[in-house]
Design a protein around this ligand. Structure first.
Ligand code: PMP
Length: 351
C-alpha cells in the first residue's frame, strides 16, 4: 500500500500464478503445461520471424493468424479474436461484455482469475456452487444475471459438461452473453464451437497454451458472432492495438496448421491420464473423472496440504488449493510417462 495508490488499486485482489521454480531435475506438475515440446513447424516459424523485421510493428489485427484459426474451425476470420493468452482475451471479455447492473454468474469452484477480473472491472458476481459430485449443474444458472462464464472442462476439477447441456444453457439465456472457457477442451471435452453459428450470445475462448504446448508464446483466441467479436475489438483498440508480437503471430499460425503434431500429442496425454488415474486409484486415491490435461485427486487417509509438501521434498511439484471444499485435493498435471512414474514413485515412498 502506498500513498500514491488510487483507492481502486488498494482494493484489487490480484491472481497469484502457479509457481515456476527453476530447480534442476524438478518434476513440475503444477501449472498444466504440456510436457512435450511444441510443433517443430511452430518453432521454425518463430525462428524465421525473429529477424530484422522485428523493427516493424506487427499486424495489429493478426489477420494471417485469424484466417488460420478460422480455416481450422470452418468459420470466417471476422468471427475470430486473438489476444496475448486466453487470460487477456478473458480480461477483454469481462471489460466488453458484462452488464454492470446485473450479476455475472460463474461456478465455485472454478478458474480463480474470474473473481480477479470481476473485481478489476467492478462487476458484481454470484459464485454458483458445484453440486455434491463437484459438477456444474446448469439448472443452478436459471436466475437473473448479466452474463455467465464457465470453463468446460472445469478447472481444477477436470470435469466436462456434455455439449447438449452447454447448448441448453446458451439457449436458456438468449439475452445474456454466455462465455465458455475451453482452455482444456482438446483433451477429451466437447467444444461448443459448432454452436457459434446458431447462437449470437455464445463466445468460445480457447488457448495455445495447453494442447499446442505454447504457454510461453502467450496466444489465446475467442470465437463468436460479429457483434461479440466487435465488442472485444473495441476494448483491444482502447488498450493495446498490438497485443500479439510478430513471433507470436507466426508461431501460432504454424501451430494451428500442424494437425499431425496436435493429434499425436493430445493422444499421448490422454493415454497417460488414463494410466495415471488407474495408478492413483490403485493407491487408494479418489480421482474425479477428468477430460483435461490434469487430474484432481484426494486420498482418504492423507491431507492434501501434507501430501503436496511431502511430494515437494521429493522434487515433485503439484498444486494444492487451500480453499475450503477442495483442500483435500491435489491437482496434478499430466506429465510425460517418466514424470508420472516419478510422481508415483514418490507417492509409494510417502503412503
Ligand atoms: N482458463 C483456464 C480455465 C485456465 O486454467 C487457464 C490457465 N491458467 C487460462 C484460461 C489461461 O491460459 P492462457 O492465458 O495461458 O491462455
Amino acid at each position: 500500500m502506498s500513498k500514491y495508490w488510487s483507492p481502486i488499486v488498494s482494493t484489487l485482489k490480484p491472481y497469484v500464478p502457479g509457481e515456476q521454480p527453476r530447480m534442476a531435475n524438478l518434476v513440475k506438475l503444477n501449472t498444466n503445461e504440456n510436457p512435450y515440446p511444441p510443433s517443430e513447424k511452430a518453432l521454425e516459424a518463430i525462428r524465421a520471424a525473429a529477424s530484422a523485421d522485428l523493427r516493424l510493428y506487427p499486424d495489429p489485427v493478426a489477420l494471417g493468424l485469424r484466417k488460420a484459426i478460422a480455416s481450422r474451425y470452418g468459420i470466417g476470420a471476422e468471427q475470430v479474436f486473438v489476444g496475448n493468452g486466453s487470460d487477456e482475451v478473458l480480461a477483454h471479455t469481462f471489460a466488453a461484455l458484462l452488464k454492470h447492473d446485473r450479476p455475472l454468474l460463474y461456478p465455485d469452484i472454478s478458474y480463480s482469475f474470474y473473481p480477479t477480473y470481476a473485481g478489476l472491472f467492478g462487476i458484481d458476481a454470484i459464485e454458483v456452487p458445484l453440486n455434491s459430485a463437484f459438477r456444474i449443474d446448469i439448472a443452478d444458472y436459471r436466475r437473473t444475471c448479466g452474463a455467465i462464464i464457465l470453463p468446460n472442462p472445469n478447472a481444477p476439477t477436470g470435469i466436462g459438461l456434455p455439449l447438449a447441456e452447454i447448448e441448453r444453457l446458451v439457449a436458456e439465456h438468449p439475452d445474456q452473453p454466455v462465455v465458455i472457457d475451453e482452455a482444456y477442451v482438446d483433451f477429451g471435452g466437447e467444444s461448443a464451437m459448432a454452436l457459434v453459428p446458431k447462437y449470437d450470445n455464445l463466445l468460445v475462448v480457447q488457448t495455445f497454451s495447453k494442447s499446442r504446448a505454447l504457454a510461453g508464446l502467450r496466444v489465446g483466441f475467442a470465437i463468436g458472432q460479429r457483434p461479440l467479436i466487435a465488442a472485444l475489438e473495441r476494448v483491444k483498440d482502447s488498450f493495446n492495438s498490438y497485443p500479439l508480437g510478430r513471433t507470436a503471430q507466426a508461431g501460432a499460425t504454424a501451430a494451428i496448421a500442424d494437425e499431425a503434431w496436435f493429434e499425436a500429442t493430445r493422444g499421448k496425454i490422454i493415454a497417460s491420464r488414463v494410466r495415471l488415474t488407474a495408478d492413483l486409484e490403485t493407491r487408494g486415491f479418489e480421482v474425479l473423472p477428468s477430460q483435461a490435461n490434469f487430474v484432481f485427486a484426494r486420498h482418504p487417509a492423507h491431507s492434501g496440504e501434507k501430501l503436496a509438501a511431502q511430494l515437494r521434498e521429493r522434487a515433485v511439484i503439484v498444486r494444492h488449493f487451500a480453499k475450503p471444499r477442495i483442500s483435500d485435493f491435489l491437482r496434478i498435471t499430466i506429465g510425460t510417462d517418466a514424470e508420472c512414474a516419478s510422481l508415483i514413485g514418490a507417492l509409494d515412498d510417502i503412503l
